[in-house]
Structures are given as C-alpha cells and as structure tokens.
Write a protein that binds this ligand. Structure first.
Ligand SMILES: Nc1ncnc2c1ncn2[C@@H]1O[C@H](COP(=O)(O)OP(=O)(O)OP(=O)(O)O)[C@@H](O)[C@H]1O
Ligand SMILES: [Mg+2]
Length: 338
C-alpha cells in the first residue's frame, strides 16, 4: 500500500553555524568590538506544513538556503526539528525511527559513499543491513547497476568514480531495499543531460509501482517534467503549492504573446489592451507588440480579428506559457536562479 508523508508546522532553528565544509554560505560574524562571535540563530524551517499524497512525485523547489535539505533531513530522521511533527504514513518520525527507516530510501545532496568499497559492495552491503538474502542482493544489485549504466564499473572502487557516477550509485543504493518512499535531494545535480533524462525515466518507473517520491530541485524543467505537485519554499515556508500548471496559471499576466505584423497600425495597441485577460501591451521593434495576458492561444483569434479591423496584418504569433521562474519572481521579487 502506498505511503504518504506529512509535516505539521515544522520549525528548525540552528543555534550553531553549519559544520565546516557543509556549505550553506554561513559566516559567523563578530560583534561590533570584534570580541565574541554573534549568537547564531538560523531559522531553516519556519512553520513548514506539507501533505504529500501516497504514490505521488512531489517536488520541493526553492533557492539556495530555502530549507529543502533541512526538510529532507527531518523526514529521514537525520535532523531533529526544534518543534512541529512529521509522519511517514501513520508513523511519527521521531517516535518510530526504526519502522520509518525501513520505509524510506534517501539520496543525500552530497554523496556519502564509502570510497574504499566497490560499487557492487556498496549496493549489497546496504541490502544486507535491511536483511535481504544473499541471492536477492545479487539479483537486485545486478539489475540496478544495469539500470544506472554502471555494470562495467561494478567491481571498481568508488574512489575512482566521476561525480555523476557516484550520484547514480547513490540513487541505486537508495533503491536497493525497495523503499515505499524515496527522498532525492537534488538528484540530477552534476548529471549530464542524457543521464538526467535516464534518471527521470527511472524515477517515473519507480513511481509507477505506487511508490511515493519527494525530490528537491532548483531546476524548473525537472520539476515540470517529473512532479505531480510542487511546493515552492523560501525562508523555510511554503509560499506556493499545487500542480505545475496550477502554479503557473496562478500569476496574472503570465502568458506572453509576441505579435509581429506585416502591416502595422500603431493605434492597435490601445485596442489590444481592452481585450479580456490582457494585462499589458508593449511595443516591440518597429512592427511588433508584446502582449502580457492571463490566457494564451484563446486570445489569438480575437487579436487577429482586431488587427484585421484596424487595417493591420498579423504575420506571426509566438506564445510563451507562464513559467515557474515567473511565479517565483511574482511571489518573492527574486529569481530562482539568483
Ligand atoms: N547543520 C547546520 N547547522 C547550521 N545551519 C545549517 C545547517 N544545515 C543547514 N543550515 C542552514 O539552514 C538554512 C537552510 O539550509 P538547507 O540546506 O536546508 O537549504 P537548501 O534549500 O537545501 O539549500 P541548497 O539549495 O543550497 O541545497 C541555511 O541558512 C543553512 O546555512
Ligand atoms: Mg539542499
């Protein structure tokens, strides 16, 4: 039976700076006299509530430092929240850690593989922790090495692997005990475009068995391609939630229609502005106009009619759909790519 994931009002306040080498860009600042460092208080999660449905691929999208990895940390028993609750299925994470660990698989943002083991050992040792028989361990590791195109590397030590190979192995390891819920923290970071597509296929296939998948990403294309629903988070809070289409449709004027005219009538811009759903019209080049609107294709016949009656001749229309990037900009005034 598919297993959901839920959090209620999670807060995580770090009271010490991140450990050296952990990244995150934190610098402990000295006070005005330069004597003692200022007291650290980082609210990584600030009342985060999520309800991830059983069997869904759910994406957490947000800029650096938004709290994505901290959320994954709490849900996978690695980070103890300051307050709030979290469940995997009906199991409250901090009260049923052993049960929860059997239900979940984790791919951390930074691969934590043992360099002195071979790829095959990484997989089979992991399965052994979960009490999987020797024969089954071999069958599963062969299958996953093949799936992740690592068969020819199976007996090589991880030390000599490229970053992308380690990432693939790390995902394969998380799948070895066939967990009901898979957490992937930026799974495609460092993968080449072809391998990224392969990974997306593997994730979708895994999900077809009714498995629940939570992934974090800053990549909007990935979120669009994979996730049935998304939460956009910033400063440890959910700022928008829904399907990619819902989120993109929720911003006014998210569609952009670039119009080009063979014969242009300058007064047309005024009349275009009056069409239902049009938010803004900007002149472009000498014979074009950019129309920002709440809808896309359905406006085109109306624009063509209007152009005809104004003596203009429409020669080209290009419609761009609203993007998650625009949505983030709309909610935060910042770009996701910053
Ligand atoms: N172990 C830690 N100790 C102290 N502060 C931490 C620790 N881990 C994370 N933080 C801080 O918590 C905040 C959220 O970090 P988190 O790693 O959850 O962000 P993220 O959304 O995963 O970012 P990224 O996209 O860079 O991976 C940041 O300000 C970070 O510096
Ligand atoms: Mg992270």
């Amino acid at each position: 039976m598919a297993v959901g994931v839920r959090t209620q009002n999670l807060r995580k306040v770090y009271t010490a700076p991140p450990p050296l080498g952990a990244g995150g860009g934190f610098i402990a600042r000295a006070d005005a006299k330069g004597s003692k460092p200022a007291k650290t208080q980082i609210a990584a999660l600030d009342g985060l509530s999520l309800d991830i449905h059983p069997g869904e691929i759910f994406g957490l999208l947000g800029p650096n430092g938004a709290g994505k990895s901290t959320t994954v940390g709490v849900l996978t028993t690695r980070v103890r929240p300051t307050s709030g609750q979290a469940w995997i299925g009906e199991h409250e994470i901090w009260k049923a850690q052993a049960t929860v660990k059997h239900l979940i698989g984790v791919v951390p943002q930074r691969p934590n593989l043992d360099f002195s083991l071979t790829a095959r050992e990484i997989l089979t040792f992991h399965a052994a922790y979960f009490g999987i028989s020797g024969e089954e361990r071999k069958r599963r590791s062969d299958g996953l090495l093949e799936k992740f195109k690592l068969s020819d590397r199976g007996n090589q030590m991880v030390r000599g692997f490229s970053g992308g190979m380690m990432q693939r192995l790390s995902i394969a390891r998380a799948m070895m005990h066939n967990p009901q819920v898979l957490f992937l923290d930026e799974p495609s970071a460092g993968l080449d475009p072809q391998t990224r597509i392969l990974l997306w296929e593997i994730i979708q296939e895994y999900n077809q068995d009714g498995k629940t998948i939570l992934l974090t990403t800053h990549n909007m294309e990935e979120a669009d391609a994979l996730c049935q629903r998304l939460a956009i988070i910033d400063h440890g809070r959910v700022i928008a939630l829904g399907t990619s289409a819902e989120l993109k449709g929720s911003i006014p004027g998210g569609f952009l229609l670039r119009l080009r005219f063979a014969k242009h009538a300058p007064e047309l811009a005024e009349r275009l502005r009056l069409l239902a759903g049009v938010r803004e019209v900007r002149p472009a080049d000498s014979n074009g106009a950019d129309v920002y609107a709440d809808r896309g294709g359905s406006l085109v016949p109306e624009i063509a009619n209007l152009a005809g009656s104004a003596g203009a001749e429409l020669s080209d229309v290009h419609i761009s759909e609203p993007s998650l990037e625009n949505l983030f900009l709309h909610h935060t005034g910042r770009s996701l790519r910053d």
